[in-house]
Design a protein around this ligand. Structure first.
Ligand code: ADP
Ligand code: MG
Length: 335
């Protein structure tokens, strides 16, 4: 038995409007719990910086000054916006934090009573463009050039927070751990029994059955899906992911899971591939090193990128030797 002396400490807590699960493995449970608290403080700090609900956050201040003047922001926020723009370039604008101007048109829950008019959508879509987020490194300012522009980190914030939480835990001496940020996972090291961290993958056509698994040690696994936030209009289901180039919610995709070492990049890319669709999305992922993808289209087909290493159980329903991590997270539950 390897590492029999290790203890696994785990805390479940609501942060950034999502369910976070922080797991720290260490011989000293007190040290592990202190480290977990430091990670929670870090996530809370990030939430304060990027929240659009909190009118005093730097992000809200930026949005209030859209079309008016540049705003000085912290180096951290500046860099987060810089990286967000990089992903926009990489994905031909499929990922765009300035999509948020469209937020006022779409409510992804039951309060959505009628479809916005084409004219209304087009009017607002004109304010969406990451190229109008102007960064001035020497002045450390950000300027949203057009009146009515707005940015939001809904598709990248949890990934960033997961990365930072991992870093804080590692610096506190946690060599083995896992952060699950509302279904966006990042893990490092091994489980307490010395086994790799694993995540179960369900077949979308037989949701209850986990038929394969992924080894996710030193990896992040991030999923964007239409099953958490969506609205139904005239029998069609619309996901909470918007195509910034048209202003309309995306159809045709059920979920996209990105596997890569960096949770922030994974978070942003999952959203981008959702927008790009099966063909163009996979094409992009297959070009990127150390980035893999597993998606479920609206025909419930499970499709993976070229180099995804899925492990299969020998016989479906047979007793498992492996014990995959929380199948509620990531694709485990299926759409
Ligand atoms: P989840 O939050 O369910 O993990 P995502 O990471 O895909 O899923 O984030 C979806 C959120 O990202 C939306 O609720 C919205 O706030 C924001 N968003 C929607 N469309 C885009 C887009 N094209 N680019 C950037 N952010 C987006
Ligand atoms: Mg995302």
């Amino acid at each position: 038995m390897a590492h029999a002396q290790l203890s696994t400490q785990k805390k479940i807590i609501k942060l950034m409007g999502s369910r976070f699960e922080i797991t720290a493995i260490h011989p000293d449970p007190a040290l592990a719990n202190t480290a977990i608290q430091m990670a929670i403080d870090e996530i809370t700090r990030i939430e304060r910086m990027i929240s659009s609900w909190d009118s005093t956050s730097q992000t809200s201040t930026l949005n209030r000054h859209a079309g008016k003047r540049p705003v000085k922001v912290s180096e951290e926020l500046f860099q987060l916006i810089h990286r967000s723009k990089k992903v926009s370039q990489l994905t031909s604008g499929a990922f765009d934090i300035s999509f948020a101007a469209l937020d006022s048109l779409w409510q992804f829950d039951d309060t959505m009573e009628q479809f916005p008019t084409k004219a209304a959508i087009q009017a607002v879509a004109g304010r969406v463009d990451y190229r109008n987020i102007v960064l001035d490194a020497s002045a450390a300012t950000v300027f949203l050039k057009k009146e009515g522009m707005k940015i939001s980190f809904g598709a990248i914030g949890k990934g960033y927070a997961a990365n930072r939480a991992k870093l804080v835990l590692k610096q506190a001496g946690i060599a083995n751990g896992l952060v699950n940020a509302g279904g966006d996972l990042i893990s490092w090291g091994k489980q307490a029994d010395g086994e790799d961290w694993k995540i179960g993958i369900a077949n979308p056509k037989q949701k209850k059955k986990i038929f394969s698994w992924l080894s996710i040690s030193d990896m992040s696994v991030v999923t964007s899906g239409d099953y958490e936030k969506f609205f139904t209009f005239q029998g069609r289901r619309y996901a909470h992911i918007i195509d910034p180039r048209t202003g309309y919610p995306v159809k045709g995709m059920k979920s996209v899971t990105i596997v890569c070492p960096d949770a922030e990049l994974g978070d942003a890319l999952a959203t981008a591939v959702f927008v790009l669709g099966e063909e163009r999305g996979l094409q992009l992922v297959n070009q990127l090193r150390q980035v893999e993808c597993l998606l479920v289209n609206d025909r419930d087909e499970l499709i993976s990128s070229d180099n995804l290493q899925l492990h299969y159980y020998k016989k479906e329903g047979s007793k498992r030797k492996e014990n995959p991590q929380n199948p509620d997270s990531g694709t485990g539950e299926g759409p």
